[in-house]
Design a protein around this ligand. Structure first.
Ligand code: SF4
Length: 389
């Protein structure tokens, strides 16, 4: 690529952006905190999904101070459904660092931003560029795809040497001025023109110099390694209804802070490697549930299937009524009406909503039907076979 084509890349992109750039809520502010929130939400999640969460989150935590002062439970509750909950925990921890170490001001230096949990090189570049007008490259998933195609890079972009090459190219293509608009234009190019499948090359502003297009290989890039099929896991979920001070309650437990769905609450569940009945009994042993015996092993109330990045999971739901005067070990008794205040994984939220509705409108025998229509479109959850109880 020549210096002239490098300059043309930015010039054409900026001209296109003025006509075709997207109107997004975080583009109407230069508040670094709001831009930071949007950048964290946009990691791993599409714009259309992020927008309502962005508004909801900022109405609950309009400043970094308000976010820092909130409890983790409240923060996770506002994040619920957006997935990748480590992002929310890191954002919360980083807000506390900003308040404690930076007088409540989001740092405007690259090195200082990198010290905050959840902020890597690309996110730091985006914050500095969009909020502070500084000149830094970004390299998120969209930009990586655009550059692999534009430069006809055939090697796997996850390779360290290719990654370094992409960062160099991202820095080289940066214009001297209007870097904020350029960065937004580059994000838009990846989102609405150079899309993963069927890139819209005929209306692409940089087609003239795109090597991938010239060589006719753009749809094969970036190079992908063939992924083996996702493993499938079965889990038993045990919903234990009981009465406490005249209210219908269930038991919840909190997941460990670190790791998968960290910090969220859930109905007690167990991986069913040795069968549903054994998993059901294991939950009982783990939490010292005094009732013995098991449910008919082949009769869960319903099954919920969910796909995550690295595996597929089927939740087998068992509901039982329980007479107890004390909380079982490690579980918290929560009135069904208060479940909305607890951040739950999306499949457990689905169960909680169905349970609350069923108890208000005729009893738990309605749960199988109530489970069916409550999943938001963007969540990869679906119900398979359901049984009456
Ligand atoms: S010409 Fe096609 S492949 Fe090249 S950058 Fe534009 S959309 Fe992507």
């Amino acid at each position: 690529m020549s210096l002239a084509s490098d300059r043309r890349f930015a010039k054409n992109l900026l001209a296109w952006y003025l006509k075709s750039g997207r109107n997004l809520p975080w583009r109407h502010t230069s508040d670094p905190y709001k831009i930071w929130v949007s950048e964290i939400m946009l990691q791993q999640t599409q714009v259309a999904t992020v927008i309502p969460y962005y508004h909801r989150f900022l109405s609950a935590f309009p400043t970094v101070q308000r976010l820092a002062a909130a409890s983790e439970k409240t923060v996770l509750a506002r994040w619920e459904g957006l997935g990748y909950y480590a992002r929310a925990r890191h954002l919360h921890q980083a807000a506390q660092v900003v308040v404690a170490k930076f007088s409540g001001q989001v740092p405007s230096s690259f090195d200082a931003l990198l010290t905050l949990p959840g902020i890597g090189r690309s996110t730091a570049g985006a914050i500095l560029t969009l909020a502070f007008g500084q000149r830094y490259p970004i390299l998120d998933g969209n930009v990586r795809r655009v550059l692999c195609r534009y430069l006809a890079i055939r090697r796997d972009p996850r390779d360290a040497a290719v990654e370094a090459q992409l960062w160099q190219a991202a820095a080289r293509l940066l214009p001297q001025r209007r870097v904020d608009q350029y960065t937004q234009a580059l994000m838009d190019l990846g989102a609405i023109r150079c899309v993963p499948k069927w890139p819209r090359c005929f209306t692409c502003p940089v087609r003239r110099d795109c090597r991938g297009y010239a060589e006719g290989i753009q749809e094969t890039l970036p190079a992908r390694q063939r992924r083996p099929p996702l493993p499938r896991h079965d889990h038993v979920v045990r919903v234990i209804l009981h009465a406490r001070t005249g209210r219908q309650c269930v038991f919840l437990r909190q997941r460990p802070a670190k790791g998968f769905l960290g910090g969220l609450w859930e109905f007690p569940s167990e991986r069913a490697s040795d069968g549903l009945r054994e998993a059901w009994l294991q939950i009982g042993r783990e939490h010292r549930l005094s009732r013995s015996g098991g449910p008919p092993a082949d009769r869960p109330v319903g099954r919920i299937r969910q796909t995550f990045t690295h595996f597929k999971m089927t939740l087998h739901l068992f509901i039982e009524r329980y007479r107890t005067q004390r909380n079982p070990f490690g579980l918290v008794s929560v009135p069904v009406g208060d479940l909305k205040d607890y951040p739950l994984p999306s499949a457990h939220r689905k169960i909680a909503v169905a349970l609350a509705t069923a108890l208000k409108t005729g009893g738990i025998s309605r749960i199988p039907n109530l489970l069916r229509p409550t999943v938001p479109d963007h969540l990869p959850t679906r119900i398979s076979r359901l049984h009456d109880i």
